[in-house]
Design a protein around this ligand. Sequence first.
Ligand code: MV4
Length: 459
Amino acid sequence: MIRKILIANRGEIALRIVRACRELGIQTIAVYSEADEQSLHVQLADEAICIGPASGAESYLRADRILSAAEIGDVDAIHPGYGFLSENSEFAEQCESCNIIFIGPRSETIMMMGDKAKARETVSKAGVPIIPGSDGPLENEHAATKVAQKIGFPVIIKAVAGGGGRGMRIAHNAVTFAKEFQSARLEALKAFGNGELYIEKYLESPRHIEFQVLADMHGNMVHLGERDCSVQRRHQKVIEESPSPFLDKNLRNRMGKAALKATQSADYVNAGTIEFLVDAKGNFYFIEMNTRIQVEHAVTEEATGIDLIKEQIQIASGNRLGFTQKEISLTKHAIECRICAENPSKGFIPSPGEIELYSAPGGHGVRVDSHAYGGYTVSPYYDSMISKVITFGRTRKIALDRMYRALSEYLIRGIDTNVDFLKAVLMDPAFRQGEATTSYIEEFLARMPKDFLDKQSKD
Ligand code: MV4
C-alpha cells in the first residue's frame, strides 16, 4: 500500500504528480531548491523540504539529499518525474535498498536500456526491427570504418551512454568518418564519462514515432498507441500528437506488436516508451526505449482517456492493469505544444525572468499543464518550458483549429515566448497536411522570409 509519495522533481511534472496523488488519496512531499521556494508544486503538496541551492547538481540531482528527505518524511515511494534522477539506475537501486518504492522500472532494466547498444541487441533478439549497424560498441576507428563501409554511407555515430540525440555525428564517407568518430568519442567521454560508440545506417528525414507502454508486475502489458514527435528542433520536441497522421490501422498494429515485444524482451514493469524511426515507405525501426514518464505523456492521456501517472502508481503498488489491449483505443485526436521562455528571433535563446502577466487558455477540449502564474520568476537554472497546452477533439482538424485558438489566448508579459512561432507552424500547410518529418522545423525556417522571426517577437 502506498500512503505517501515524495516527488523528486519540479515544475509542471511535480504538479501533475501532486494532482494524481490527491485523487488517489495519497499524501505528497515536495522537494525544492532555493530558487523554487515560490513554486506551485511546493505550495500544493502536503509538505515540502528544501534540498539545496538553485543548481540542479546541488539539489534535484542529489540522490543523498532526496533520500534523506524521504526518510524524514517517512514516505513509501518516490516518483522521479522526467529528467533529473528518473533514468538513474543507481538512484533506483538506492531507493530499493532503503525499502522505498521507486515508481518506475527495476534498476537493472534502467541500466540495460540506458546502454543503447545493449538495448538494440536485446530487442533485436526478440524480433524487433533495428537499423542496420554495428553489433555492440566499436573498439576503434579502424574497426568502426570497416563496419561503416559494410553497411554503407551515410552512417550515424551514437554514444552507447547517450540517447535523445546528444553527441550524435553523421558521416558521409570514410575520410570524414574517422575524424567524426574520434571527436564523438571525446565528446561522449566528457558528457557521459563513457566513450563507447556504435553506428547505424543514417536515415534521411525519418519520422519520429514512439509507442507508450504499460506493464504490471504480473506479466500483463499493453500499448497505448503512438505519439508522433517528428516536429523537433535540436533534439527538443516542439509539437507532439496522437494518433500520428502517418500511421494507418495496419502499421499501428504492427508497430504496437513490436513495441510490446520490446517491452517483453526487457521483462519491463511500469510505464515506458519505445522510440521508432519510420521511413517514407513505412518501414519502422527501434532506436531506443525511455524508461520514464515523458513530457508528452498528456497527449496519450487525452487520446486514450487513461491517466498514466495514476497507472504508474497502481503498478508500483503491485496492482494488476485494469484493462486489456482490446479495451484501449485512440478515440480522440490530441496535440501538444510546448510553451517555452525563449526568443525565436535570437536563435531561440532562453528568456528567463519575472512573468508579469500570465493567463492561459481554457474552454472545451483544452488542457494546460503548467507551473507558471503571474508574478512567477522563470529561473535560468532549469529548462525553459513554462507551459504545455494540449488540445483534443474528434478529428485532427478539430484539434488543430482548437490549438490555434488556444495559442491565441495566451497572455504572457515580461518574458519572450515561442507562442507566435508555434502559431505560424500551426498555420503552415505542410504541417497541417501531416507531412512533417524530423527535418520539418529546419526546412520551415529556411523557406520563411528572413525577417519572419523578428515579426514573431513583436507584440
Ligand atoms: C537517427 C537518425 C537517422 N538515422 N538514427 C535523434 C534523437 C535520437 N533519439 C535518435 N535520433 C536520430 N537517430 C539513424 N540511424 C536521425 C535522428 C534524428 C536526428 C539526428 C541528427 C540531427 C537531428 C535529428 C532530429 C531527429 C532525429
